[in-house]
Design a protein around this ligand. Structure first.
Ligand code: ADP
Ligand code: MG
Length: 558
């Protein structure tokens, strides 16, 4: 049968070179990656079969089988999932499609040590080359007749050609490197599966190697994992390690989760969930096309990992699984789009997550700050996207301010307000350091009044919709009316007032001259108490737009 040779995408070649020569000590994770792929492939077929039962009628029970051949020094991982046709083999195994792998590559650019990065990002299918010097993939797509064989030693090229395969699914054979023989040993494999893949809800089986004398006996398979969906088990049955491994699997992430929540909701609507907040920020958190990482299941059947209705965009850092009892199994993606039940679930999840964050913020303030530093700017998007949650969200917000080195809450700010102070003052811009040096806050500093320093791009947006917190309104220090006179400061106000009176006439003349000179450029020139060291500063009038917002809009030509 004809065979074609094709080159890897240049990036893949580079990746393979790094992987093959890696000194990463946890090489065993290759098995977790391949089993994770096999399990995903079964999920995908199970979903398609909901509307096209013929696809798996001949072989309805999913499984993942491991088989070793001690003589040939090979390990084969087979699944009866969806399989791949020629184009899919070329695309999926010859280019870098997944985000985790491209994140790995971009991190590689500025790091000498690829070893730790392999563990942090996971390199998916390509991790097979940590332990093999050749990999063969035989696959047949469910519903198609033709099987395909993909082969590569991972050195720049692969071959692809037709092959006979009687059953659907994918079979991956690793030709183990000379010094990686341990991955052909049953005990070692059993341990790896227990450690990394116990939560996979499909039986992972090992085919016993037969000795000569029992050649007659039939095939003997032993199941190595618990094979039940982890979120269906009771909490007491699941160890922290198992939760963590499941997180690695669903999130395609290899850090430790910052928070996990395993729950079941009963009553009118029934659903269960296992949600995680990652410990570190994914590199694409702010990409416009970035989606949340929560998979939707209906009665243990995977439906989609792309249900935008399930999670509000400002909680897009969430990862995990929601499994509902109430949707029909054959629900189409279109039906998911404006579904009242999903809306209820989304609002339930939102309240649950915000409640958890509130509890953390209260009980473990330092831990909470770790979350805030990673995901605070995302959460703040909720302040204008989801007005129903605005009060809860404002409570969760943490800020920099001119009087503190760390983070403060709005409640902290209010507790520190001066007598006569009515507003929550803030200054906003792009650069925290520059803001802290800004002449506009001099008067506040002199009076020991705190000012929030806002420098996330998202701040400009919520500041236009949120006017107050617990009865105190937000006010930008760049606005004209910041009336410092009414607030009792630390310094003696009377002394100053006297000396001011003496200069009144001179000041009046100067202001008149400046107004004339700057006519058309500024609306007004006023004397002010807000400056102590600097001579002048720009401010916005009370009814006008904040200066920073005006600049942003102008730069976008609006
Ligand atoms: P990821 O799983 O994150 O997408 P991988 O590198 O692990 O990245 O796999 C790349 C792609 O190859 C998968 O997305 C999938 O489309 C395909 N693939 C890998 N293994 C299998 C398999 N056993 N059956 C079907 N498709 C597979
Ligand atoms: Mg994978």
């Amino acid at each position: 049968m004809s065979e074609e040779q094709l080159s890897f995408q240049a990036e893949v070649s580079r990746l393979l070179d790094i992987v093959a020569h890696s000194l990463y000590s946890n090489k065993e994770i290759f098995l977790r990656e391949l089993i994770s792929n096999a399990s995903d492939a079964c999920d995908k077929l199970r979903y398609l079969a909901l509307t096209n039962g013929d696809l798996m009628k001949d072989d309805p029970d999913f499984r993942i089988d491991l088989e070793v051949n001690p003589d040939a020094k090979t390990l084969t991982i087979s699944d009866n999932g969806i399989g791949m046709n020629r184009e899919e083999l070329i695309d999926n195994l010859g280019t870098i499609a997944r985000s985790g792998t491209s994140a790995f590559m971009s991190q590689m650019e500025n790091s000498k040590d690829g070893n730790n990065l392999i563990g942090q990002f996971g390199v998916g299918f390509y991790s097979a080359y940590m332990v093999s010097d050749k990999v063969s993939v035989i696959s047949r797509k469910a519903g198609e007749e033709q099987g395909w064989k993909w082969d590569s030693d991972g050195k720049g090229a692969f071959t692809i050609g037709e092959t006979d395969k009687q059953t659907r699914g994918t079979s991956i054979t690793l030709h183990l490197k000379e010094d990686q023989g341990e991955f052909g040993e049953e005990l070692r494999l059993r341990n790896i599966i227990k450690t990394y893949s116990d939560h996979i809800p499909i039986p992972i089986r090992f085919k016993a190697v037969k000795k000569d004398e029992d050649k007659e006996a039939g095939e003997e398979w032993a199941t190595l994992n618990s094979a039940s969906a982890i979120w269906t088990r009771s909490k007491s049955e699941v160890t922290d390690e198992q939760y963590k491994e499941f997180y690695h699997h669903v999130a395609h992430a290899y850090d430790d989760p910052w928070l996990q929540e395993h729950f079941r909701v009963e009553g009118v609507h029934e659903y269960s969930g296992l949600l995680f907040i990652p410990g570190s920020k994914p590199f694409d958190l702010f990409h416009p096309e970035r989606k949340h990482g929560v998979k939707l299941y209906v009665r243990r059947v995977f439906i989609t990992d792309d249900c935008q209705e399930l999670i509000p965009p400002y909680l897009r850092f969430l990862k995990g699984v929601i499994d509902t009892e109430d949707l029909p199994l054959n629900i189409s993606r279109e039906m998911l789009q404006d579904n009242p039940l999903l809306r209820k679930i989304r609002s339930g999840i939102t309240k649950r997550v915000l409640g958890l964050l509130e509890k953390k913020a209260e009980k473990e303030a330092e831990e909470y700050i770790k979350f805030w530093e990673q995901f605070g700017p995302v959460l703040k998007e909720g302040l204008y996207e989801d007005l129903a949650q605005k009060d809860d969200l404002l409570k969760l917000c943490r800020f920099r301010s001119i009087k503190s080195d760390g983070w403060i809450s709005l409640a902290d700010y209010i507790a520190g307000m001066k007598e006569g102070q009515e507003h929550i003052y803030y200054i906003s811009g792009e650069d925290e350091k520059a803001l802290r040096r800004s002449p506009q806050i001099e008067g506040f500093k002199a009076k020991d009044i705190d000012v929030l320093v806002l420098f996330d791009p998202v701040d400009e947006f919520w500041m236009t919709t949120i006017t107050d917190f617990e009865g105190k309104s937000f006010k930008s220090v760049t606005r004209g009316g910041a009336d410092l006179g009414k607030i009792s400061g630390a310094k003696s106000d009377e002394d100053k007032a006297e000396s001011k009176d003496e200069n009144k006439d001179e000041l009046g003349a100067l202001l008149g001259f400046m107004k004339l000179t700057l006519e058309g450029e500024v609306k007004d020139v006023r004397s002010s108490e807000r400056l102590t060291d600097s001579a002048v500063c720009l401010v916005a009038d009370d009814g006008d737009m904040d200066i920073h917002l005006e600049r942003i809009l102008r730069s976008h030509k609006q």
